[in-house]
Design a protein around this ligand. Structure first.
Ligand code: ATP
Ligand code: ZN
Length: 195
């Protein structure tokens, strides 16, 4: 019998529906109902782990999962922050497209990032960008409500995910520089020995 394959996908959130549909369209029958964290395929020797997207790069890097579906943004941030994150993208999947971009308040006179306070949930990617461009600036890590930080005196600008731009607009922010484009990717451990 074919050895078992374990695939990690997001349990709920922006990646979930498309990830689940992709597996089902690939012929893997499974049901991921309610609070279940492990779904066994009924027609293939495949287990689906239903987890937070942030846990997918490390589960795949450790080989706990043979495949995973995660945003390039999360994979790139974790790989930049931690050299144990070695999972490799195999394929771009064409969904959950967005970009990581710098934005400032509409009325801000900010012209460059030099000596500015930048709030972000992606500190490793922002620091890498600053080093690459020889810019000295302060990076403030914040996990949520990043858009609020320029208005409460914490930051001059932010670096956050943008898709339609509606969230920026609703918070009177305007994008001024893009750091990276992102979409969902299929990832595997560096040594793929089961498939
Ligand atoms: P989890 O509970 O699994 O940690 P989360 O809240 O971190 O979920 P989601 O908001 O579900 O994550 O987003 C998952 C991924 O979807 C993002 O990392 C990104 O790759 C992608 N994405 C696409 N568009 C957007 C957007 N406008 N804002 C945030 N993420 C987006
Ligand atoms: Zn997450």
């Amino acid at each position: 019998m074919q050895s078992k394959i374990t695939i990690a996908i997001q349990r709920k959130g922006r990646l979930y529906e498309n990830s689940k549909n992709l597996l089902i369209k690939s012929g893997i029958n499974f049901s991921a109902n309610g609070e279940r964290l492990l779904a066994r395929s009924s027609n293939m020797n495949i287990d689906i782990l239903l987890v937070r997207d942030d846990d997918i790069p490390s589960l795949v890097s450790k080989g706990v999962a043979d495949l995973g579906i995660v945003g390039q943004n999360v994979l790139a941030e974790q790989a930049a922050a931690n050299n144990k994150i070695t999972a490799k993208p195999l394929l771009k999947l064409g969904f959950s497209k967005c970009k990581l971009a710098f934005a400032k308040p509409l009325n801000s006179k900010l012209r460059s990032l030099k000596n500015k306070n930048i709030a972000t949930s992606y500190p490793a990617l922002v620091k890498k960008y600053l080093i690459k461009n020889s810019i000295t600036a302060e990076v403030i890590k914040i996990n949520g409500s990043v858009e609020l930080t320029p208005y409460i005196g914490i930051a001059d600008c932010i670096c956050d995910l943008v898709s339609s731009g509606a969230t920026l607009e609703a918070n009177n922010l305007v994008e001024f520089k893009s750091l990276m484009d992102s979409e969902a990717v299929l990832i595997s451990p560096v040594t793929l020995n089961k498939i």
